[in-house]
Design a protein around this ligand. Structure first.
Ligand code: ACO
Length: 429
């Protein structure tokens, strides 16, 4: 039987090493024994942007990027999107199994009864400028929650952890809606415990003077499916931020704020906002060839296309594309959809995109649905952060329970100046 090991010859010294292979990987610290002499620190692996480095083992989300497969805890995303609900999926991600009826009832009850936020949050919301980006507000307010719940620092206390988990999942929609209402100068409605998670979020977003807000069930269901699709995606940029910050044993609110900040960037969760901006700039189908040409010449990217892991059609994008029709039946067709469909058609038949395996990702169509549902583009990343909170929490818990993990601390390859003496200012040239 073939040996599960790697033989390495260091041509600098002629020495040979045998390094074990486990789960198709070598342990990076096994390279440290490869040294030219006692003063040599040992061989490092250089991997900017973690292109080929596994920073953890995980049992949460499985992706096969070449085949376009996504599973949460072993369950295919297509089945979960069709049969489950976001809160059930959140439970699955966090606790590793589908809940029984009584576990689910308890979970729904706990989340429903933690949706309110402290009145003081309203006061510091007033401090944000009238045009503050809702994502900036969300990052600030979720971080501030840690000051309202000092017990959150007891991250190894099981009971405290469970309460913080419920609070985070329950309060993210409340904070998200408040961040929007601040920007339009509208009062903050109270959560409604009779409503489902997404119905309540829509109530917090849109309730005006009516006694009870009733969301359109098709739109509430579509939002729930979008939440399922966005709940986790293994070791992406924001999840890495969550694990990194969590590894210093910060409280979960601070870690979720850091993860949200990572999500804010246009290369990650900010991409669907960028897709809409791009579609508006293109403006009409006849301008697509000109736009594609400029992308190929290196002037900007085709936003919503390409993915570090998927080298095939993103399975989430497939589900969203199908769902768009149901939503547009209620809201009316988004005129930008025609531009998006034509853009996809042209890109997928163009060698530049085909040869680089650039396919639509989750963000390509989600923004069109959000826009049809009346969400302003500035809310798109916020709509991503709400469900991703459950994934971040699941990954954070897994990290805390993993005995192989320590505080995250990558190495560097120093290429700067060697030691030199300080020069007084009058002698500098
Ligand atoms: N448009 C045009 N060209 C692209 C695109 C794009 N969207 N994405 C990648 N490429 C090109 C690159 O220029 C590069 O070309 P080259 O080999 O000639 O230099 C090649 O494809 C490989 O791209 P990389 O940048 O090496 O791929 P990487 O894995 O680093 O980037 C990323 C992945 C950041 C998602 C990238 O595809 C991108 O910027 N896409 C647009 C933004 C976007 O949609 N982000 C959402 C991602 S999904 C999510 O976060 C939820």
């Amino acid at each position: 039987m073939a040996k599960e090991s790697l033989s390495i010859t260091d041509n600098r010294t002629g020495k040979q090493y045998e390094i074990p292979i486990k789960h198709g990987s070598i342990h990076a610290t096994d390279l440290r024994q490869i040294r030219t002499g006692p003063d040599d620190f040992g061989l490092l692996s250089y991997d900017p942007a973690f292109m080929n480095t596994a920073a953890c083992t995980s049992r949460i989300t499985y992706i096969d990027g070449d085949k376009g497969i996504l599973h949460y805890r072993g369950y295919p995303i297509e089945q979960l999107a069709e049969k489950s609900t976001y809160l059930e999926v959140a439970y699955l991600l966090i606790y590793g199994k589908l809940p029984t009826k009584s576990e689910l009832d308890r979970w729904l009850h706990d989340i429903t009864y933690h949706t309110m936020v402290h009145e003081n949050i309203k006061k510091f919301l007033d401090g944000y400028r009238y045009d503050a980006h809702p994502m900036g507000i969300l990052i600030g307010t979720v971080a501030a929650l840690s000051t309202f719940y000092p017990d959150a620092h007891n991250i190894f206390d099981q009971r405290s952890r469970e309460i913080q988990i419920c609070r985070l999942i329950a309060k993210m929609p409340t904070l998200a809606a408040m961040s929007f209402r601040h920007s339009v100068g509208q009062p903050y409605p109270l959560p409604d415990n009779d409503l489902s998670y997404t119905e309540n979020f829509l109530n917090l977003m849109w309730k005006a003077t009516e006694v009870k807000y009733a969301a359109n069930p098709i739109l509430a269901k579509a939002l729930d499916v979008l939440f399922i699709l966005h709940a986790d995606h293994e070791q992406n940029c924001s999840t890495t931020a969550m694990r990194c910050v969590g590894s210093s044993h910060s409280d979960p609110y601070s870690a979720v704020a850091a993860a949200s900040a990572a999500l804010y960037g246009p290369l990650h969760g900010g991409a669907n906002e960028a897709v809409l901006t791009m579609l508006k700039e293109i403006g009409s189908k006849d301008r697509i060839p000109e736009f594609i040409k400029s992308v190929k010449e290196g002037h900007g990217k085709l936003m919503g296309f390409g993915h570090r892991v998927y080298k095939n059609y993103d399975p989430r994008a497939k589900i969203i594309k199908r769902m768009a029709d149901q939503v547009f039946e209620v809201t009316g067709r988004n005129p930008l959809l025609d531009i998006a469909l034509e853009l996809e058609r042209i890109a997928l038949s163009d060698d530049y995109f085909v040869s680089r395996k650039l396919y639509p990702n989750v963000d390509f169509y989600s923004g069109l649905i959000y826009q049809a549902m009346r969400f302003p583009t500035t809310m798109f990343t916020v709509l991503f952060a709400i469900p991703r909170t459950s994934g971040w929490i699941a990954q954070w818990l897994e990290m805390l329970g993993d005995e192989e993990q320590k505080i995250a601390r990558p190495r560097q390859i120093y290429l700067g100046e060697q030691k030199r003496d300080y020069v007084p200012i009058e002698q500098r040239r």
